[in-house]
Write a new protein. Structure first.
Length: 394
């Protein structure tokens, strides 16, 4: 092995996985010394009855709690401050996130500001925030209700910055620190059974994108690399079943654990797909998983000269029969499989159909270069490449 610089690896938080796992929530809360948690969620989770199902164990144990359910699909720094105000006013001491990636991202931001002086802008990765976030944070329990973002196992949190410090308007920025990993990830597939097919597809392809990008990212992290490939194997076996047969609890469970694994693996890095996709939710209101799914095949084609061996591995992991294929043909088959999944799941056939305006491409290509994810892309990227990739996926 070539000489490597010293690196730090962070293993996942405590995980409890299985149908009915949420029934143990009160026990876990008390284990962290919690007396009054702040439940961070959104109106969709509340209206679907998932929140009441989740907090029932707290009510049975006569544990008081506060709720902040105003998280938007792309949480802003302002939303984080609103949640912080509830935490402080209600005298909370633990944060519990119940929802998808946006909810967990917001909860992580709230958690940081409970012990760190606002504004949140001081703690973004691109301004050296990693060195400003310390370990004196309250416990965080993440309970995902979708299988895709995997935020329950990641160090990161993506927040829409409203300060205007971008080429124009708002942009997504990252909080990332090992201290911001959840204290506990509570993975209960019963909470995901009600996901409609469209959301199952979007979040599932989000997880696939995490696995693909992490596997070929340039950081040296063989642990995460192995986890990424295994996550893709599980996803390949179960994503179609979960989409077409949403009440299959086994398939739902496999998707949930694979999503968490794929998110852990992006400690190795992500890539150009995410730097591009992060612009589309604020610019064109395209859901993150949909943006990833549309962009992934074109970015893979762009990366082919630098990632052919990795893509060949990914084809086999996703279930493609690569026996007798050359490495190049197997890598091509990986891209074809992604396109096939997008077709089967009725993913929009281009960013234009999904809502992007052609004339906005130069602006968001410039903003993509402000994102940190592309720095670990297997093929180096310049602003012209970002523009070309947006146009290819349009």
């Amino acid at each position: 092995m070539a000489q490597q610089p010293a690196v730090n690896y962070f293993l996942p938080p405590a995980i409890q996985f299985g149908a009915g796992a949420v029934e143990n929530l009160a026990e876990h809360l008390l284990g962290f010394g919690g007396k009054k948690p702040l439940i961070v969620t959104d109106e969709g989770v509340t209206n679907a009855g998932i929140l009441s199902q989740t907090v029932e164990p707290l009510s049975k144990a006569k544990i008081d709690f506060a709720v902040f359910d105003a998280v938007q699909p792309n949480p802003t720094d302002l939303s984080v401050l609103e949640g912080l105000a509830v935490y402080q006013t209600e005298g909370c001491d633990v944060v519990i996130a119940v929802g998808g990636g946006s909810v967990m991202d917001a909860a992580k931001g709230i958690r940081i500001l409970t012990t760190h002086e606002p504004p949140l802008e001081n703690y973004y990765v691109d301004v050296g925030g990693l060195d400003r976030i310390t370990s004196n944070l309250p416990a965080l329990i993440c309970i995902p209700t979708t299988a895709g973002t995997g935020s329950e196992l990641s160090q990161g949190s993506i927040i829409t910055d409203t300060s205007g410090r971008t080429t124009e308007g708002h942009r997504k920025r990252a909080l990332s620190t090992p201290y911001n990993m959840a204290s506990l990830a509570l993975l209960d597939p019963e909470l995901t059974v009600g996901m409609p097919p469209g959301l199952t597809a979007a979040t599932g392809m989000d997880a696939v994108t995490h696995g693909v990008e992490a596997y070929v990212a340039t950081r040296y992290h063989p642990i995460a690399e192995g986890v990424a490939l295994q996550a893709l194997k599980i996803l390949g076996k179960n994503i179609r079943q979960a989409y077409h047969h949403g009440h299959d609890i086994e398939a739902r469970g496999e998707m949930l654990i694979a999503s968490a694994m794929a998110a852990f693996s992006f400690q190795k890095g992500l890539g150009a797909v995410h730097s591009l996709a992060h612009q589309l939710s604020t610019e064109a209101n395209i859901p993150h998983g949909i943006a990833n799914a549309i962009l992934l095949p074109d970015v893979m084609e762009f990366n082919m000269s630098h990632a052919v061996d990795g893509y060949a591995d990914i084809a086999a992991a996703l279930g493609v029969d690569t026996s007798g294929m050359s490495t190049e043909d197997a890598a091509d088959a990986a891209i074809a499989e992604i396109r096939s999944l997008n077709e089967e799941f009725a993913i929009p056939k281009g960013l234009g159909i999904a809502g992007l305006k052609w004339e906005r491409i130069p602006k968001i290509a410039k903003d993509a270069m402000l994102d940190h994810c592309y720095k670990f892309n297997p093929r180096p990227c310049a602003e012209t490449n970002m523009r070309d990739l947006f146009q290819a996926a349009f």
